[in-house]
Design a protein. Structure first.
Lengths: 399, 106, 328
């Protein structure tokens, strides 16, 4: 059965892709810019096109809790959120990871208050990066759709059994119309069979979920979450290979190599910003600059082996982030540095926060970053790129 | 499936615990006082059985007593020393004062 | 009979060996309620005494499937379980029971409980009301009664203890127009199974609050747990009732008549300061006035004993000097 491409808003496309996954319990609470995903899903259920319980929860915390209970009872469950909602449900998501429940959620990445902003950056998802939740990042709407199927397949794999989060940039993907193939239902059913829980709440086979552990055991319980997350690396690659086999087009995987083979300067980024970066890379390549982009698709687990294979021969690496660790430096930047350090490689790394709260970095900004790397500029600290100092007040009031 | 995957010796995936495994914990060792069921005036009202938070008071149908002046055999009540914490609720609840609390011996 | 034949726990939903304190009213309430529900149920719990003393890995007391997630989401995970079982057609003869203490239900858990009730989710939520955050060491909750000493509402030269009356959580639940709201007590243990069966005969959200004496937190004699619980009702301090399909059915009034609140307060160390500090009697009068209001609300003005009405008059008089000052 031939699949067709439609021009769809990102959020709508994602909703239909989720529907192909046949979730049994969907709980979602409105928050810009994710809301269209939930609205479209609820319409799909209302139209009888998806046999699922759509639960009208009282908050994102409620949404995550409802799907926690549903998954523990053996149902495939789903939610979608952003920013404040992700933080509100973060307590539950950590709990879900610890209990090894394979739920999937979408995060339409959005800046975190204060000040309040509805526009995109990655601080929301990055804030929970330590929880052991698998994190995939989409560059475009097609990937956002495909990654949902891959997410369930990986999450529910017995080698993994962890929650998985598909990140798509708020507004930049959710509200943008792109030609997208919604995976075919029959192919999806082939790729993703019904969820069979290893253990579940069952009156015929009772068990106790969520017991407390004392210090003599707790560390091992927590380590198992880390271990499962690490174990998901080959599972993600397998799931992506199988996706290509069944759907006839490549998708997923750990990272994308764009003109990195002989690159002297390698840019590192994740999410939709990669689109802008790729345009600049192509332009600058045509001018003779040996620059490439390594796009991180799987952020957690951190795919250090795959990353090293790509960047080991670079002369300079520039990490272009939509996030930061306030009071310290970047998020991916130190992780790239750690990967290089552990491999004994002394390649200079520059780290840039190019935007927080949705102000997009234009192509000439990316070009400037490449030029600075080409000049051999040694950065001493994570840089907030093109910060508008003229609108900053006295930083010490009344000084 | 749970029985193969859950044990009390090792952790399980997600730290799921096996059901009904608490009886190894003999809370009877906590006691400083113990009930004495005299089984003389007991009318079989079951207050002691119902009000025990541990649920460790039982009817002992093989041992009975006859109430003074009545033609009725009433089953004795006994407590499970493995779990009785010696709280004294049974003694308070007994409507006919048939239960005493005494200091536990070593 | 061998002792393992005599001491047969095989039918229990909660197997003994749980580490509740001596004389724990919550353990008593839980044992009776869960036994009345039976093993064909999925139970959820919030963090608190009831969770801690029954689920130390790996010695769980739960013979039925049980899920604990966080402190504040027992009702929401119960909803999730309900929706999953409903979707899979596995609800036939199976009940979903959410449980939690007063802290995890009335305060931090109220959002999730309200959501479940508003959605009409078919589950019974049981709140074990021991009137404080006991598991963390006796801190004040919104269900802590007036003048009770807790570690975050201690008595002292500048304090009579908790300065607010109990939040009327059953009324909040009744305002969701759910088919069953019940308020029971660990002191009336014979009535609890009937309340459970009544609740479970309805489809939709049900709420059962059970007054649970905490000898440790209330500083009372563990052997007197049930007696003190009954005194709470007999003094009017803790009304017991059911609201069934919107209709109020109050517990029958105490046989020997309503008792003065001192009889309830005296055996508890958490009210000891009312009997020791100067002017403590004025606070006891306030507690008596609250009890009078309770009796009137559920039984009518004629039921309110004279000594209770006198307390109300005294409270009104105590308020006047402040008004006089304001207008002077």
């Amino acid at each position: 059965m031939a699949e067709t491409q439609e021009i769809l808003e990102g959020a709508m496309a994602v909703a239909h892709a989720v529907s192909r996954c046949r979730p049994e319990v969907v709980a979602a609470y409105p928050i810009t810019p994710q809301t269209h995903i939930s609205e479209e899903l609820s319409q799909i259920v209302a139209d009888g096109d998806l046999n699922a319980e759509f639960v009208k929860v009282e908050s994102e915390f409620g949404a995550a809790s409802v799907i926690c209970g549903a998954s523990a009872a053996g149902a495939r469950a789903y939610t979608a959120t952003s920013s404040q909602g992700l933080l509100l449900m973060s307590e539950v998501l950590w709990n879900i990871a610890g209990m090894r429940l394979p739920i999937v959620l979408a995060c339409a990445n959005r800046s975190i208050s204060a000040p309040l902003s509805i526009w995109c950056d990655h601080q929301d998802a990055e804030a929970i990066r330590d929880a052991g939740i698998i994190q995939l990042y989409a560059e475009d709407n097609q990937e956002a759709c495909d990654q949902h199927l891959i997410a369930y397949k990986v999450a529910e794999d017995r080698r993994v059994l962890l929650p998985a989060m598909v990140n798509l940039d708020g507004f930049l993907l959710t509200h943008v119309f792109e030609p997208t193939i919604i995976p075919d239902q029959d192919l999806s059913d082939q790729y993703l069979p019904p969820y069979e829980a290893v253990m579940k709440l069952d009156v015929n086979d009772p068990a106790t979920f969520g017991a407390f552990t004392e210090p003599d055991k707790c560390m091992e319980g927590r380590w198992m979450v880390h271990d499962a997350c690490r174990r998901s690396l080959p599972v993600i690659e397998e799931a992506s290979a199988e996706f290509e086999k069944i759907f006839g087009r490549p998708s997923g995987g750990l990272l994308e190599e764009f003109h990195t083979d002989d690159a002297d300067i390698i840019l590192v980024a994740k999410g939709s910003l990669s689109g802008t970066i790729k345009d600049v890379v192509e332009e600058m390549r045509a001018e003779g600059t040996k620059v490439g982009l390594m796009r991180i698709k799987t952020y957690r687990p951190w795919p250090e082996e795959a990353i090293l294979r790509v960047i080991k021969d670079a002369k300079h690496i520039a990490v272009i982030e939509r996030g930061a660790s306030f009071g310290a430096g970047g998020v991916m930047t130190p992780e790239i540095k750690e990967t290089l350090f552990d491999a004994g490689l002394q390649i200079p790394v520059s780290g840039y926060c190019v935007q927080l709260g949705g102000r997009e970095v234009p192509p000439d900004g990316i070009r400037e970053i490449v030029d600075r790397a080409a000049k051999g500029e040694k950065q001493t600290a994570y840089e907030y790129f093109r910060l508008k100092e003229d609108i900053l007040p006295d930083l010490v009031p009344g000084a | 499936m749970s029985k193969e995957l859950l044990s009390t010796e090792k952790l399980s995936i997600g730290c799921v615990a096996p059901p009904a495994a608490s009886m190894v914990n003999k809370t009877g060792t906590w006691r400083t006082q113990r009930p004495v069921f005299k089984n003389e005036a007991c009318i079989g009202c079951r207050a002691c059985e119902l009000a025990c938070p541990e649920g460790c008071v039982f009817e002992d149908p093989e041992h009975t007593h006859v109430l003074e002046g009545k033609d009725r055999e009433v089953a004795n009540r006994v407590f499970d020393p493995d779990f009785c914490k010696g709280c004294g609720i049974c003694a308070t609840e007994c409507p006919v004062d048939d239960i005493d609390m005494v200091m536990e011996e070593k | 009979m061998a002792s393992d034949e005599l001491f047969d726990y095989s039918d229990r939903v909660l197997t003994p060996g749980y580490t509740s304190c001596l004389g724990c009213g919550e353990a008593l309430a839980m044992r009776i309620v869960t036994q009345a529900v039976g093993k064909n149920a999925v139970f959820t719990n919030c963090t608190g005494c009831s969770e801690i003393f029954t689920s130390r890995y790996p010695t769980s007391s739960w013979a039925a499937p049980w899920l604990h997630s966080l402190f504040e989401n027992s009702a929401a995970i119960a909803s999730g379980v309900y929706y999953a079982l409903k979707h899979k057609g596995k609800l036939e003869g199976v009940n979903v029971i959410g449980t939690g203490g007063d802290g995890g239900t009335a305060d931090i858990g109220l959002q999730c409980l309200s959501g479940a009730a508003e959605r009409g989710d078919d589950l019974l939520y049981c709140c074990w009301d021991n009137e404080a955050y006991m598991n963390t060491g006796i801190q004040r909750s919104s269900l802590t009664p007036l003048d009770a000493a807790t570690t975050t509402s201690p008595s002292g030269k500048a304090s009579w203890g908790n300065d607010r009356p109990k939040k009327d959580l059953p009324a909040i639940m009744a305002a969701h127009h759910i088919p069953y709201v019940g308020v029971g007590s660990c002191g009336y243990y014979r009535e609890l199974p009937k309340m459970v069966k009544k609740a479970l005969s309805y489809r939709g959200p049900k709420y059962l609050q059970v007054h649970a004496v905490c000898p440790l937190g209330w500083r009372s004699d563990p052997g007197k747990t049930c007696e003190i619980a009954r005194l709470a009702f007999e003094t009017g301090c803790y009304p017991l009732y059911e609201i069934i399909e919107g209709e109020m059915k109050a517990h029958k009034p105490p046989k020997g008549g309503w008792k003065p609140v001192e009889e309830y307060l005296k055996p508890q160390g958490r009210f000891r300061h009312l009997f020791r500090q100067a002017d403590g009697e004025q606070q006891i009068v306030r507690v008596q006035a609250l009890a009078a209001e309770n009796i009137r609300r559920f039984y009518g003005d004629d039921e309110v004993p004279d000594f209770a009405k006198e307390a109300e008059k005294k409270v009104a008089d105590m308020a006047e000097p402040q008004e006089a000052e304001a207008t002077a």
